[in-house]
Ligand binder design. Structure first.
Ligand code: AHR
Length: 330
């Protein structure tokens, strides 16, 4: 009898937890849909929340900070159970995120981390190491140039920057600049925003090509901008990947295709696949686990045509795009 009671109690506990977990409402304030990366990120996170049977409240802010502020306030008034947040720009979130804290809604930071992160409470944070990604773009380029036997040549570098004021653009710019200081032959001759979008990068690339006599290297803060620029480079009668070395960031399948076609030289990985962290974190929080207030950066690689190029200060070596494309999830 006692044994039966224990089994029934255990079952009730399990059922009770299942009922609670499936009643969760998870809200996601997304920046917009400016890139292949962002689409993959939205699909991954939203899909996983729904697959858990949780109610998803999703808001696409269309690249506007004021829309994100409104969305966060809506989430608060709806009394959601969790808020997932990535900010279009880095600053200006203090007030609204404090309101989230006052409402005692657990906040999970994803992708871009706001600059007020130290002053607010969040239960977990998973984001790209953008400074390191920038460093890797520059390291890969310097080592590739060396492999080509062009280290002694002065090479003109142009940069397509991401959204002005965003964590990702600030970090990547910083990382690139830091490493290029050690390679004076790689000279940045122009740097302008393309807002992480193919369409917006194209007129910028066009104006670079018109105003500069020679461009040897393009560093694009994301692959969408690199892919947009490739079209413009071709229209100008140049051969992308040969006349201009092109390095991007994100590593979606579209960039792999360009690498395999010989039109792009390398991509530094920045994963959009945060759902594995989000789902596990929410489940563990529901079970009472507490997380440290630190930002976790996923493991990321670098892909190019041949493999074997060192792309980081700690000696990591690029992989061949052809070897991994079949298993790419985005
Ligand atoms: O914050 C991540 C960046 O945002 C990705 O590199 C870019 O493609 C996206 O739009």
């Amino acid at each position: 009898m006692k044994k039966l009671l224990t089994i029934v109690l255990a079952l009730m506990l399990v059922l009770g937890m299942t009922v609670n977990a499936s009643a969760l409402t998870v809200a996601f304030s997304q920046i917009g849909q400016e890139s292949d990366w962002r689409t993959a990120n939205t699909d991954d996170v939203c899909g996983a929340v729904e697959a858990e049977g949780w109610t998803l409240v999703y808001d696409d802010a269309q690249q506007k900070q004021e829309n994100q502020v409104k969305a966060l306030r809506n989430f608060i008034s709806q009394g959601v159970d969790y808020i997932l947040f990535t900010g279009v720009v880095s600053s200006g979130w203090d007030e609204v995120l404090k309101e989230v804290n006052e409402a005692e809604i657990p906040l999970i930071l994803l992708d871009r981390i706001p600059d007020c992160a130290d002053q607010i409470d969040y239960v977990a944070a998973f984001g790209g190491d953008f400074v390191e990604e920038g460093r890797r773009m520059a390291y890969w380029t310097a080592n590739y140039v060396e492999k080509l036997g062009r280290s002694a040549e002065e090479l003109n570098v142009v940069i397509l920057e991401g959204t002005t004021g965003s964590d990702a653009a600030i970090g990547r710019a910083k990382g690139i600049a830091e490493v290029l200081e050690d390679y004076p032959n790689l000279k940045v001759v122009a740097s302008q925003t393309g807002n992480f979008s193919r369409a917006e990068a194209q007129p910028v690339m066009e104006s670079f090509l018109k105003s500069l006599d020679k461009i040897d290297v393009l560093l694009a803060h994301n692959d969408d901008m690199a892919l947009g620029a490739i079209e413009i480079i071709k229209n100008a009668g140049l051969v992308p990947g040969k006349d201009i070395i092109i390095v991007g960031c994100d590593a979606p399948k579209t960039a792999f295709d360009a690498i395999l076609a010989g039109e792009m030289n390398a991509t530094i990985e920045c994963t959009p696949l945060y759902s594995r962290f989000v789902v596990q974190t929410i489940k563990e929080l529901e079970e009472g686990k507490e997380f440290d207030k630190t930002v976790i950066h996923p493991e990321e690689g670098c892909f190019d045509a041949e493999g074997g190029i060192v792309y980081s200060a700690d000696g990591r070596v690029s992989e061949k795009a052809a070897d991994v494309i079949a298993d790419r999830k985005y």
